[in-house]
Design a protein around this ligand. Structure first.
Ligand SMILES: Cc1cc2nc3c(=O)[nH]c(=O)nc-3n(C[C@H](O)[C@H](O)[C@H](O)COP(=O)(O)OP(=O)(O)OC[C@H]3O[C@@H](n4cnc5c(N)ncnc54)[C@H](O)[C@@H]3O)c2cc1C
Length: 477
């Protein structure tokens, strides 16, 4: 390990690795410091008794023609290093037995909604036109402008302070059509009445236009491709290297403290939980709320019934009510559930005749009882919920493991096991990456544009550009 770099990156999640790999490719001396013993943060995979699982992910966006993730991989010249498999359909929405195959293209989505609510064709078309316009502008405008520029006009200005429910209310009324349009609220962990119209639209549209993808062989392959790109261009990755502080001199970040030692750098990219990083850098990080966390049940199945690659189970069409008990009760009668079949698209992720599945349930960090006392009890309840969605699944279980919000926090340092950084509500949307200290840049899901692999790749690329500009400017001066 050297003692001086152009840029030091804190955290080897997808945000930090993206920044590090792009900077290394441009020839900067860069090192990524990771607290854990493996890189990837939430984007990792693990194997138990022959079954392989991604620790967290369901569907990855951003691999369509204009997707941010694809852009990063193109820039790094590593597009061919991973095999992305498109989910067809994008997902199956299961509303208490009413199963709807939701497509990953806009024309097919429009047709689906026309079929569901033939009397609302104008409303459906106008809604999707509006959402497409928001998405198009958001994808071609710097995120900080989209989310925070005070005078922004047009469709972004109109919907920035609205909730997703308010947006839908303007255009459609059919409960079944609205349920489909809200099926991915769990991806942001907020009900339609709270989630920002802007954030939800961008997330919904990126999946609905560019598609959702799985990484063949597991999410770890995405992480490995970025690590190889970083190392292949002369960058460094230091594992088991928790950063305990950021060195600030004359009002500028100029290094980090790792294992008690000083590493100096011309710029620092914090990609490891803005909340903690703001604290060590002495920045007031607002009183923002964190996003939802999850309770996961990883299952190895033998002779399982047919399980779609990605299914959302809901007790009815009222998506709002699936959030009612999140904080206290993961498997309440109101709860929704994500059912993810990993070995469907990657058969090597399970032994022959077997299936690797993850059940993912929204969960609060402070739970009714200590998590470790109730994780098995909750796993039984979550499995009973899954049985409603996929009859016969319970009988086929031969392996089971669980992870709670505490597990997520322990392995990634994400405050409260937050799945997507800050809560993406209207009041929380304007997060505080503008409260930067000179020389300190943020990447990852705590900064713009927010949670999800595609978004953190975008923030990593933006942070890399800003850090490189600062290093160049200082060299010139
Ligand atoms: C259950 C779940 C399901 C999800 N499903 C999806 C999905 O289907 N699709 C999708 O796109 N997104 C999904 N997400 C969200 C997505 O995984 C995250 O938004 C994204 O991976 C965050 O990347 P990151 O780089 O910001 O941070 P992280 O992945 O959190 O990585 C941060 C890294 O920093 C390290 N670190 C922390 N503190 C320090 C320190 N002091 N010093 C050094 N290193 C440190 C951590 O160990 C970690 O490796 C899901 C998340 C969860 C939890």
């Amino acid at each position: 390990m050297k003692r001086l770099y152009d840029i030091a990156v804190i955290g080897a999640g997808i945000g930090g690795l993206t920044a590090g790999a792009l900077l290394a490719k441009k020839g900067y001396s860069v090192a990524v410091f990771e607290a854990g013993h493996v890189p990837g943060g939430y984007c990792t995979s693990f194997k138990r008794q022959g079954f392989m699982f991604d620790s967290c992910l369901d569907a990855i966006s951003g691999w369509g023609e204009y997707g941010w993730l694809r852009k990063v991989f193109k820039k790094l010249d590593i597009e061919e290093k991973i095999k992305m498999v498109r989910l067809e359909p994008l997902r199956v929405d299961n509303f208490a037995g009413d199963k709807i195959n939701v497509p990953g293209t806009i024309p097919e989505l429009i047709n689906l909604l026309y079929g569901i609510s033939p009397g609302e064709k104008d409303g459906i078309l106008n809604l999707l036109d509006t959402m497409e316009e928001i998405y198009r502008i958001a994808m071609s405008t710097p995120p900080e402008v989209v989310y925070a520029y005070p005078g922004i006009k047009g469709v972004i200005g109109k919907y920035r302070d609205k909730t997703y429910k308010e947006l839908l209310d303007e255009f459609i009324t059919s409960p079944r059509a609205r349920a489909v349009m809200c099926d991915r609220c769990a991806f942001l962990g907020l009900p339609p009445s709270k989630v920002s119209a802007l954030v939800m639209t961008i997330m919904f549209m990126t999946y609905s236009s560019g598609g959702g993808y799985r990484i063949k062989g597991g999410a770890c392959n995405l992480t490995d491709a970025l690590v190889d790109a970083l190392l292949g261009s002369g960058g460094e990755l230091h594992l088991n290297a928790p950063v305990s502080d950021i060195i600030i001199e004359d009002g500028k970040a100029c290094g980090i403290i790792v294992a008690g030692g000083k590493i100096r750098a011309k710029a620092v990219i914090a990609a490891a939980g803005a909340a903690a990083m703001c604290r060590v850098a002495g920045i007031n990080a607002d009183a923002n709320k964190t996003s939802v966390s999850f309770y996961m049940v990883y299952l190895g199945l033998k002779d399982a019934p047919e399980i779609p690659d990605s299914m959302g189970y809901y007790p009815g069409y009222d998506i709002e009510s699936t959030f009612a008990d999140v904080a206290r009760d993961v498997a309440s009668p109101n709860a929704s559930l994500e059912i993810i079949n990993y070995s469907g698209l990657s058969p090597a992720m399970a032994p022959g005749g077997h299936t690797s599945v993850m059940l993912m349930s929204k969960a609060g960090y402070s739970y009714a009882r200590p998590w470790n006392e109730c994780r098995n009890y909750e796993a039984d309840r979550v499995l009973s919920l899954a049985e409603k969605a996929i009859p016969g699944i319970k009988e086929s279980v031969v392996f089971r493991e669980t992870a709670t919000p505490l597990t997520l926090e322990k392995y990634t340092g994400n405050l409260h096991g937050a799945a997507f950084g800050w809560e993406q509500s209207v009041s929380n949307t304007r997060i505080s990456s503008h409260q930067r200290l000179r020389g300190l840049f943020f990447a990852g899901h705590w900064t713009y544009p927010g949670g999800g692999i595609e978004s953190v790749a975008a923030s990593g690329a933006a942070a890399a550009e800003s850090a490189a500009a600062l290093v160049n400017k200082e060299a010139y001066n």
